[in-house]
Write a protein that binds this ligand. Structure first.
Ligand SMILES: *Cc1c(COP(=O)(O)O)cnc(C)c1O
Length: 216
């Protein structure tokens, strides 16, 4: 895997309005540095302690995104440096992010993860719950909801993926009319980022197409 070439290629082919989150979970800091040297500054991780350890070791102009499911009791390990939390799906989690953000005198940006996949998954808020969560979030002064995140079903059926992304895009556009601070629509990964961009995504999360397959 040529991480430098892969990173440069993504930076070049993406439309300027689409942000690239390079998903570096399980990858060592040396490989992240290769992508960094190719110009990448946003990295995504799905385990909080792993992200914190990498944050300590790597240049401080990196923007760290938490893209995985967040356990409430672990928010404290990232509250001092995380730039964007993609997977917020409950009031309980928002409350904890607010509490930890206050401790560090920060405002933490978050995306609400909406469940769009038809396949069974525990994560993400049903779209019917979005309005209530947004209303509640207005009381949390140290949390800023800046967009939505979603994951399509893991399938080869491109039409199904496009349909699921479309549902999120419509919800995003509708929500933006009342909440203008909603800026980011995070959808698309290595296997489906082209469909996601065609469906209106402006933030893609790409791991294996940059760093190669993960060996867990
Ligand atoms: C791992 C992961 C990605 C990246 O997956 P690839 O298929 O390797 O691009 C994107 N989003 C989330 C939430 C992930 O957990």
């Amino acid at each position: 895997m040529d991480i430098i070439t892969n990173t440069k290629t993504f930076i070049e082919i993406l439309p300027p309005e689409v942000a690239l989150v390079a998903v570096s979970k399980t990858k060592p800091v040396e490989e992240i540095m290769q992508s960094y040297e190719a110009g990448q500054r946003i990295f995504g991780e799905n385990k909080i302690q792993e992200m914190a350890s990498k944050w300590e070791q790597l240049p401080k102009d990196i923007s760290w995104h938490m893209i995985g499911h967040v356990q409430t009791n672990k928010v404290k390990y990232m509250a001092h440096f995380v730039d964007l939390i993609h997977g917020v799906d409950s009031l309980k989690l928002l409350k904890e992010i607010q509490k930890q953000a206050v401790k560090h005198n920060r405002v933490i940006s978050c995306l609400i993860q909406i469940r769009i996949a038809q396949e069974e998954t525990k994560f993400g808020l049903p779209k019917e719950g979005l309005e209530e969560l947004l209303e509640a979030s207005s009381f949390f002064k140290n949390v800023k909801i800046v967009g939505l995140m979603g994951m399509a079903t893991f399938t080869d059926d491109k039409n199904q993926i496009a349909d699921e992304f479309q549902i999120l895009k419509i919800l995003f556009d509708k929500t933006k009319t009342t909440y203008p601070e909603m800026k980011y629509l995070s959808m698309g990964m290595s296997g489906d980022y082209e469909i996601a961009i065609a469906s209106g995504s402006n933030m893609i999360r790409v791991g294996s197409k940059i760093f190669g397959a993960r060996n867990y």
